[in-house]
Design a binder for this molecule. Structure first.
Ligand code: NDP
Length: 255
């Protein structure tokens, strides 16, 4: 009991899409709780700089730039971790993209790109991580869902379908891997201030809608996901499996 319940000392965490945005805040939070973190992004320079900033702040961090939609890239990254003796104890499947278009105008390739980036990547990286966690008898997988894991919204169909899938992938992971000592859970962020949402934040009508629609009356800050992430990464959640925790200022609970 006590602080050790939430301690990540000695653990290694891979956070996909952590060169900026929510992933970066989560990586920093896990590092502050004692984990050694591996920063990921597509852009190698931004990824390297994000890891360097964490090291400068006194944390343990490394960089692994790869595209989460590239199976070859994922396999190469895990091969490199294996060769260097790096064991991923905590995987946060966070990398994601948004693409807004009415469904009647949506090209199939854009549908596939969003599903691949937001959902299939979590399966492939989850599979590679779990293969290595299962023989060790422990591991934490945290998938990043969304309010669209539950609720649809016009113009974001593939995102909604992918995030609904992330919720069910989390349950599928729990169903297969809980008996091996792994915990798979998800976090569903509400409307948070990141690059992905900059156009919405800058739109006065949308900004007013978010503030009115959210019981907390404001957008969320990336660092407000840290509590849930540390909980789901730590021994405190060892009997929690298949859950999605909404960190949304209450939005999903009200009409
Ligand atoms: P940002 O656009 O701010 O950051 C996205 C991050 O993902 C970057 O680090 C980017 O890397 C990385 N990334 C994007 N595509 C890939 C890829 N193919 N391979 C590897 N890395 C990739 O997004 P957010 O921080 O806002 O979102 C993070 C997650 O949270 C997403 O899954 C999103 O759906 C989810 N979410 C966000 C909400 C919000 O309000 N912001 C609400 C609910 C869910 P690079 O820097 O190299 O481009």
């Amino acid at each position: 009991m006590g602080p050790a319940l939430f301690s990540l000392t000695g653990r290694t965490a891979l956070v996909t899409g952590s060169s900026r945005g929510l992933g970066r805040a989560i990586a920093e939070g896990l590092a502050a709780a004692g984990a050694s973190v591996i920063i990921n992004g597509v852009d190698p320079e931004r990824t390297r700089q994000a890891a360097a900033a964490l090291v400068k702040a006194g944390y343990q961090a490394d960089a692994a730039a790869f595209d989460v939609t590239s199976e070859n890239g994922i396999m190469a990254a895990f091969k490199d971790f294996d060769a260097r003796g790096i064991e991923i104890d905590i995987l946060v499947n966070n990398a994601g993209i948004q693409f807004r278009k009415p469904m009647v105008d949506l090209a199939t390739e854009d549908w596939r790109r969003v599903i691949d980036t937001n959902l299939t990547s979590a399966f492939v990286i989850g599979r590679e991580a779990a293969k290595r966690m299962i023989p060790r008898g422990c591991g934490k997988i945290i998938n990043i869902g969304s309010l669209t894991s539950e609720l649809a919204r016009a113009t974001v169909a593939p995102y909604t379908v992918a995030k609904g899938g992330v919720k069910m992938l989390t349950r599928a992971m729990a169903a297969e891997w809980a008996a091996h000592g792994l915990q798979a859970n998800a976090i569903g962020p509400g409307y948070m201030i990141t690059d992905m949402n900059q156009a919405l934040i800058d739109n006065p009508e949308f900004d007013a809608w978010v503030k009115k629609r959210t019981p907390a009356g404001r957008w969320g800050k990336p660092e407000e996901l840290i509590g849930a992430a540390v909980f789901l990464a730590s021994p405190a959640s060892d009997y929690v499996n298949g859950q999605i925790i909404y960190v949304d200022g209450g939005m999903i609970s009200v009409l």
